[in-house]
Design a binder for this molecule. Structure first.
Ligand code: ADP
Length: 573
């Protein structure tokens, strides 16, 4: 029975156990079922998050790489693939970063990555990669510790670096522009100069710009009174109205009292976060001076034109008046000739003898007037370019000789001697005999006029082949050295008018000089007071091609009247 009881109890116990186990199983299954659900939900959420991270990872523009402690790549986004393996379809995952990319093994990034791995603190560095096509890009590399190893986020900052470089380059250029500018550039703040370029020092006449800094502008530059109001007005315009700066002219006085004409524009701007004014000043002293010179030149030109016009009127007047004089003079001379004609062959009674002397005086003075008028007319003709010389080939030796001999009467009257010498018998060359006669007669009449009794006069012809010299020498009173140049100028005589011993107008030698120059020659003088004078005419030997040398005997200037006229100052008939 006991056994049965035991069996019964055992069965009951087993039953309980069974029921319990069934219950436990059921409840366990229940629990497990609900856990599975939770897990499933968890798994789902997890994959969703992963998905989100993936999307996030792929959408950022930076290259992200996660590597483990063995440098193996565990994760790399598309950007990282693009950056490191570019076109190739290979994957970065599983690649040993140090072995695959020499950049990581060789550059300073290795140390930084090791440091982050060891210390577990994030770090950041900037470095550049050179790509195959030789272009370099700059990256800011953020390195973070993660459970598996480290994460690298490469931010491409090439554009920023280039922009910064461009900015500093343009700053550099702006700076050198200011430094090299010939214009003075200063910045004024709180009424003190806080910046000045090197041109400011030279324009203000100081050694260095440091002397300017911290000082009010008027320490080195004061404005001229009349310009002060305009300067104040310009500053007011700048500060109060929003007007664009324009250059205005001002006159300043430097500390060393030098006048400075400048053109100045002022621009308000912010300097060191405070309002300031930048002045640009250009030195226009040279331009101003040139302007003044131009004005002066214009005035001078006007004066010159006026003087020319006055000269032209004077020449015209001389010419007119000479003609006006000449007409009545010729009438007087003609009447005198008629008078001579009437008296020819008649014997005058003794009481009328003085008439003959009066007639001579009349005639000689007519000749003197005529000489003066002729000379004036010739000078005015030369001035106005109407005087013409007619060259022809002639024998100069006989021309000079004939003219010299033709004045013998006048020479002897004064008890003088005259000689002619030549180193050649003939010299054919181009010359205007008429004008040359004027030249020589003038020189000879002067020689006679200024040589005292018993003196001597010589005329020498010297042939040098391509040129000839005609030398007129006297033993007269001579010409002081300081007068030797001026006697060739018009109306100039050695003796002042009131103390003069000799007659003359002072035109003769000026005319001689012009006539010699028309023959392309020169005239010079050697003279010593009390010893005598020598006039040397130097003529080039020129032949007129078209004409044959004219062998006709040169008509000696036997036009006695001509000689009378040229010698009217000395000859008393
Ligand atoms: P003028 O008609 O007065 O003679 P010229 O021009 O011929 O004018 O001469 C100017 C001056 O030069 C003369 O007035 C005289 O003072 C001086 N002069 C010219 N020739 C001689 C000379 N042979 N000897 C001394 N003085 C002379």
């Amino acid at each position: 029975m006991d056994d049965l009881k035991i069996i019964h109890s055992a069965v009951i116990a087993l039953l309980f156990v069974f029921v319990f186990l069934t219950y436990r199983y059921r409840s366990l299954t229940k629990i497990l079922k609900s856990r599975d659900l939770e897990n499933l939900q968890l798994i789902h959420t997890l994959s969703e998050t992963k998905q989100k991270y993936r999307v996030l990872l792929e959408s950022i523009p930076d290259a992200v790489i996660v590597i483990n402690y063995d440098w193996k790549v565990l994760l790399a986004n598309d950007m990282a693939h693009q950056l490191f393996i570019q076109e190739s379809k290979e994957t970065l995952i599983g690649v040993n970063l140090l072995k695959a990319f020499s950049y990581f093994a060789e550059s300073s990034i290795l140390k930084t990555m090791q440091h982050v791995m060891e210390n577990r603190t994030p770090d950041v560095m900037v470095d550049s990669f050179s790509f195959d096509n030789d272009h370099t890009r700059w990256f800011e590399i953020h390195i973070y510790p993660v459970s598996e190893g480290i994460m690298l986020i490469n931010i491409d900052i090439t554009e920023r670096i280039l922009a910064e470089a461009a900015l500093s380059e343009s700053e550099q250029r702006y700076r050198s522009l200011i430094d090299l500018s010939p214009d003075m550039i200063t910045i004024e703040q709180d009424h003190k100069i806080v910046f000045a370029n090197p041109a400011a020092a030279s324009m203000l006449g100081i050694h260095s710009v440091e002397e300017l800094l911290g000082k009010p502008p008027e320490t080195l530059l004061s404005i001229i009174d009349g310009h002060r109001d305009r300067l104040i007005q310009q500053f007011e315009k700048i500060y109060t109205r929003n007007v664009s700066p324009s250059f205005e002219e001002f006159r300043f006085v430097r500390h060393d009292q030098e006048i400075l004409d400048i053109e100045m524009a002022s621009i308000p701007f912010i300097f060191g976060e405070k309002p300031a004014v930048q002045h640009i000043c250009r030195d226009i002293s040279v331009r101003k001076k040139a302007e003044e010179e131009r004005k002066e030149a214009a005035v001078n030109l006007k004066l010159l034109q006026e003087a020319r016009e006055y000269d032209r009127l004077k020449t015209e007047f001389f010419s007119n008046i000479s003609h006006e004089f000449k007409t009545p003079l010729n009438v007087i001379l003609g009447t005198l000739q008629l008078y001579d004609l009437h008296l020819q062959g008649t014997t005058l009674p003794a009481e009328l003898y003085p008439i003959i002397r009066y007639k001579k005086i009349l005639k000689q003075n007519c000749y003197r007037l005529l000489r003066l008028i002729n000379n004036l007319l010739d000078i005015t003709k030369i001035d106005s370019g109407y005087f013409q010389i007619q060259h022809r080939n002639c024998d100069m030796v006989s021309l000079v000789k004939e003219i010299t001999l033709s004045v013998a009467d006048y020479v002897h009257n004064k008890a003088l001697s005259i000689t002619f010498n030549s180193n050649t018998d003939q010299k054919h060359m181009a010359c205007d005999p008429d004008k040359f006669e004027r030249i020589l007669l003038n020189l000879l009449s002067n020689a006679i006029k200024f040589t005292n009794m018993e003196g001597s006069i010589s005329v020498n012809f010297i042939d040098y082949g391509k040129r000839v010299e005609i030398v007129v020498k006297d033993t007269g009173i001579g010409i002081p050295i300081d007068k030797q140049e001026v006697i060739f100028e018009r109306f100039r005589q050695v003796d002042p008018l009131l103390t003069r011993n000799h007659e003359g107008s002072g035109i003769g030698l000026a005319l001689v000089k012009s006539l010699v120059e028309m023959h392309l020659g020169t005239i010079r003088l050697q003279s010593e007071v009390e010893k005598g004078s020598t006039f040397i005419i130097d003529l080039p030997v020129i032949h007129l091609e078209e004409c044959q040398p004219n062998n006709d005997p040169i008509e000696p200037p036997c036009n006695v009247e001509k000689i009378h006229i040229e010698f009217s100052d000395i000859y008393h008939m």
